[in-house]
Design a binder for this molecule. Sequence first.
Ligand code: 6PG
Length: 249
Amino acid sequence: MPVKDDISITRLPTAPELSRFAADLILDSALGHVRSDGRFTLALSGGSTPRPTHRLLAEEPHVSAMPWRDTFVFWVDERCVPPGHPVSNYGNAVEDFIQHVPLEARNVFPMPTVSPAAFGASRYEAQLREFFGLPPGAVPRFDLVVLGLGTDGHTASLFPGDPSLEDRERLVLAVHGGTPPVDRLTLTLPVLNNSGEAVFLVSGGEKAGVVRAALEDRDFTLPAARVVPGKIQWLLDCEAASGLSKPLF
Ligand code: 6PG
């Protein structure tokens, strides 16, 4: 698996193989952290790319192998819409796996999509501080953060040029943007960069240009290029990797 800088890049032939690789990675990470730490803290992104991976977590062999009792699920970002709305990241995760697996409600931490969004951001930040037992000023450390990539280089709900990118104090912020352009909550870069591991799931030829900009050109105006925790993997299908100049194998 070749490494560019300190970033590990894996190219999978197809999107379904990317999804299966990602489900295996989540399972391996969960088993490893539960074995070593007694729990696994996972933060999920929304959008369409991760949904097949989420569905695989509710099927064999993953559904029986996952340590659900000691797995704690959070979100990287959320659209401020009701859980039943078709663009709700939490609602889609419930549909794709949460309602099909033995996860207790106490293990699942949806972002509060209340109004004003800033109130929800503060509430989620307080929930993180309580769950992780954080002293003032400390940053939570998720074992694994699963991220996507927008064609504009956004990740989570951190959009290019948005002031939220520069915030070093907050853990969760309310922003407005994306597709659909709605109020959103997002983890901030300090949280993403404090994670034990981040994995990007990127599929489709429409992302090839921004993948190259982030991974080869290292264009740090792109929020995704600024996610550089200790361990980071980019999982790309062939189409998303097609803009990279250097062979990956
Ligand atoms: C969100 C996501 C967002 C997503 C990218 C890619 O809530 O919108 O967290 O960051 O990962 O927009 O979305 P697709 O996977 O649908 O291309």
